[in-house]
Design a protein around this ligand. Structure first.
Ligand SMILES: C[S@@+](CC[C@H](N)C(=O)[O-])C[C@H]1O[C@@H](n2cnc3c(N)ncnc32)[C@H](O)[C@@H]1O
Length: 207
């Protein structure tokens, strides 16, 4: 079993029980995202965790394929969807780099609190770009640790070695915006609720 899977499987139950840190900011992000959604849209979410965001958006699109590397997260997400009788979200265990899909098959891709947990945000952004239809949107919310906790780069490898932390990449908001722009996206909406609370971006694939 790969290490990231082990870490996220272990914390999944606790993650599911944890209340949203800033409910008002979360609701605003849902609202803004829905401004881009249409009822006929095919949506992909990677790193979906226990599925709350995909389930919340389900009534506003045709279908959401929600994926996560952790089988435990996906098990919890499936349980929530079943309990809520949500029929248009398909949960699936897959790491983002192994996820298979035809090019230009999605109208929107979501990746929340995940880009800083991947080996290469540039590779992930390139894959999102390939998967999106022309004019499609990438909606993401990302903690940009480089802006407020650069020192974490000394501690993170130790935490990871002892299995106390996942892989964490340290970059700034401007690094992320630059990577998206270089990856063929135009920033359509940008919002940082508070310092250290993540950068919310809606980026449009430049056709
Ligand atoms: C911080 S949680 C965010 C979950 C959810 N998106 C949210 O906003 O609450 C990060 C999630 O990414 C998943 N993850 C980590 N590495 C991944 C990878 N390489 N591919 C897909 N999912 C991954 C973890 O299992 C975990 O569920």
């Amino acid at each position: 079993m790969r290490k990231p899977t082990r870490f996220w499987d272990r914390v999944a139950e606790g993650y599911a029980k944890k209340p949203v840190a800033d409910e008002a900011a979360y609701q605003k992000k849902l609202q803004v995202t829905r401004g881009y959604f249409r009822p006929d849209m095919e949506v992909l979410e990677f790193g979906c965790g226990t599925g709350s965001t995909a389930i919340a958006h389900a009534p506003y699109v045709k279908h959401i394929r929600a994926t996560d590397i952790s089988a435990k997260m996906i098990e919890i997400a499936k349980g929530k969807a079943e309990a809520g009788k949500v029929g248009n979200v398909t949960f699936e265990q897959s790491s983002f780099d192994e996820l298979q899909a035809p090019e230009r098959s999605y109208d929107a891709v979501m990746g929340h609190s995940i880009l800083h947990l991947l080996e290469s945000k540039e590779d992930a952004i390139a894959k999102v770009h390939r998967l999106l239809k022309p004019g499609g949107v990438f909606v993401s919310s990302t903690v940009c640790i480089g802006d407020f906790m650069r020192w974490l780069r000394f501690i993170a490898p130790i935490g990871r070695f002892f299995g106390l932390m996942p892989l964490v990449k340290i970059f700034t908001e401007e690094d992320l915006v630059a990577a998206l722009t270089a990856g063929g996206f135009a920033i359509d909406y940008r919002w940082s609720p508070k310092k250290g609370k993540g950068l919310f971006i809606v980026a449009k694939k430049v056709a």
